[in-house]
Design a protein around this ligand. Sequence first.
Ligand SMILES: [Ca+2]
Length: 180
Amino acid sequence: MLKLNLKVFLITIMVGLTVEMVAGVTYSFFSASTENSGNTFTTGTWSSVQTGGVVINEFMPEPSDTSAHDWVELYNSSSNPVDISGWSLWDSGNSTAMATIGNNVILNNNIYMVVDVGVRLSQNSDTVTLKNIGRNSIDTKSYTQSDYQVGVSIGRETDGSDVWKKCVTPSSGATNNGAC
Ligand SMILES: [Ca+2]
């Protein structure tokens, strides 16, 4: 059973798919061309790349400089790095994403990423949705015209929390704590 698992692991690497390693587990690696017996070696502890924990933390539907682009701040609220390659941001009523994250992008825990989403967020009401590479919704936040104000962002009161506020002091790429 162990050998079978290792073969699957090696095949997975060969076809270039992401391999998820679990924190606290020691892995052994082998040459793909040899049967392995008695030649194991061990590594240290690996941190795990998860698929959850990233949230929409803050967004700006209309910057003070009205010629500037709207933006969405993502925040990894989990305690692990998250692979966000191919994830995308959407607004309502459009069949194309506002922005798509490129390949090989890992968002470390407690880190922010600000995404330029063009000029897509409505001045009336809209919904910002974060989807993973499989186009499954990871997080979504709607706002109404009463939430909309030029130069004022909409953000979580504290990073990752469930309380949303209008942020008169936008904090793109930095903590919302004390700013929203
Ligand atoms: Ca912020």
